[in-house]
Design a protein around this ligand. Structure first.
Ligand code: SF4
Length: 468
């Protein structure tokens, strides 16, 4: 499989701020931190994790020097434990739920999780049990992002033959090509892809279902299908002057950073990013770190209404980025030669109008839903009013027999860990549907809080759900 072009050594030294923001814990620091844990009964940190990682158990293992065992606890619950340790908003998930946070500092669960998963990856230690004996069932998964990989790992561990169809050249989804470089290097994601493949999962990259392969072929050749196609490319502003040189999707900019030597990534002098989510923050921070003289983020609402996490906003400010609020874009301004010179805004409260100068504009105003693609793949698939696949919340079943869905194409765009959790949920339901056996996955933590298919889950009525 082709790999992204890693930055050269000179490139790394040229852009030191592009190194991962949080360094790993030392062995001593990890040991000390793990020994602060209270190993709570019915620990809230487990329930706060969409993949139900048994946090107290893995932290306890680190505290006794069993770092390999800790990694096993993590990865059996969440095959993407290494990337989640870096990109999860732990402050609002497991660490946000930690009881120590009421009076003291919460346990640094994300850093401990990274410590354990990096430990086994760096040493090539295999911690996953061998998959169950092949049971003869075949499952196709469309999309090799976090939801697809999470589903594939659990199904493969249960003995199903799994094939993932991925239209991109590299598997891993946005973890491989859409996360800020200073948060996570793509190699972390690619190592996780290899881990899934080590369970016997076949990943066919460069295969675009709907173009290279008809979805009907999958329906006839496979016993079940899991749809995990994510969201589309970047949305557009829909204002005059937008189409032309100098304007691009922020996700494409971030993708370049993953796939090109850093010195080749196009960063202009005055960069303006429009948007208020984490992608906008990633883009503006990276533009500044890559050498833009000025990097400004413009958001149409107030700061407290941003989707980006407060700690990410603080980090952008710390990187010398400028943030402006209540800025409604009206027009992309160009000179007589057609070159980008700025964006005309009106202020949402005062109505004041001004032009914000820029020679590079990055749009991070969300990703469109894939409703048209979904309908072309599966015309009978029920979608909700937002253009997402309508699924049973307990089983990830769709309105079509033997078709399940999860991740961003079903939830509209959530965290990586939510996608993995939905993939696991679908895996359990698919296993239950195909074998009739209780869905107790091999890859699941003993105290996981993941919902299991309820009795009678097959009676879910998507049409009724759509109207309630
Ligand atoms: Fe440890 Fe905090 Fe989880 Fe309790 S809530 S088990 S102290 S990490």
């Amino acid at each position: 499989m082709a790999r992204p072009n890693p930055p050269s050594a000179e490139s790394q030294s040229q852009f030191p701020l592009m190194e991962e923001m949080h360094g790993p814990l030392s062995d001593r620091a990890a040991l000390a931190e793990s020994q602060r844990c209270l190993y709570c009964y019915d620990a809230p940190c487990i329930h706060a994790c969409p993949t139900g990682i048994d946090v107290p158990t893995f932290v306890k293992k680190i505290s006794t020097g069993d770092v390999t065992g800790a990694a096993k606890t993590i990865l059996t619950a969440n095959i993407l434990g290494a990337s989640c340790a870096r990109v999860c908003p732990t402050e609002v998930l497991c660490e946000g739920a930690c009881v120590l946070g009421h009076e003291y500092e919460p346990i640094q669960i994300g850093l401990l999780q990274r410590h354990a998963t990096d430990f086994v990856t760096a040493r090539g230690i295999s911690v996953l049990d061998s998959p169950a004996q092949a049971n003869g069932f075949r499952v196709a998964i469309i999309g090799a992002g976090p939801a697809g990989l999470g589903c594939a790992a659990d199904l493969a561990a249960l003995g199903h033959r799994v094939v993932i169809f991925e239209k991109e050249a590299l598997a891993g989804g946005l973890n491989t090509r859409g996360v800020a470089y200073y948060k996570m290097k793509p190699q972390v994601s690619l190592d996780e892809v290899r881990l899934v493949e080590s369970l016997g999962v076949e990943i066919r990259t460069g295969v675009n279902v709907g173009k290279d392969l008809h979805a009907d072929e999958l329906l006839s050749e496979y016993d079940a299908i899991f749809v995990a196609i994510g969201l589309g490319g970047g949305s557009r502003l829909g204002v005059p002057g937008e189409v032309g040189a100098g304007v691009r999707a922020a996700l494409d900019f971030i993708r370049d950073i993953h796939e090109m030597p850093l010195e080749s990534v196009s960063v202009r002098k005055t960069v303006l990013v429009i948007g208020g989510g984490n992608t906008a923050i990633d883009a503006v921070s990276q533009a500044k770190r890559l050498g833009a003289s000025s990097a400004t983020l413009a958001y149409r609402r107030k700061e407290e209404q941003m989707n980006a996490y407060a700690f990410e906003v603080a980090q952008a400010r710390a990187a010398d980025c400028r943030l402006i609020f209540e800025a409604n874009p009206r027009e992309v301004v160009r000179n007589d030669e057609g070159n980008l010179t700025g964006v005309r805004f009106t202020h949402a409260s005062s109505g004041m109008e001004w032009i914000e100068p820029c020679d590079q504009l990055l749009l991070a105003i969300g990703q469109p839903k894939q409703d048209q693609l979904l309908k072309s793949l599966f015309p009978a698939l029920a979608l909700n009013a937002r253009g997402c696949v309508l699924t049973d919340p307990l089983t990830a079943r769709t309105s079509i027999h033997k078709v399940f869905a999860g991740g961003d194409c079903a939830n509209g765009g959530m965290e990586v860990v939510n996608a993995v959790g939905e993939g696991k949920k679908a895996a359990m339901a698919i296993h239950h549907m195909l074998t009739g056996k209780p869905a107790v996955p091999k890859l699941q933590a003993s105290r996981s809080g993941i919902a299991r298919p309820a009795a009678g889950a097959g009676l879910w009525n998507p049409i009724r759900s759509a109207t309630h």
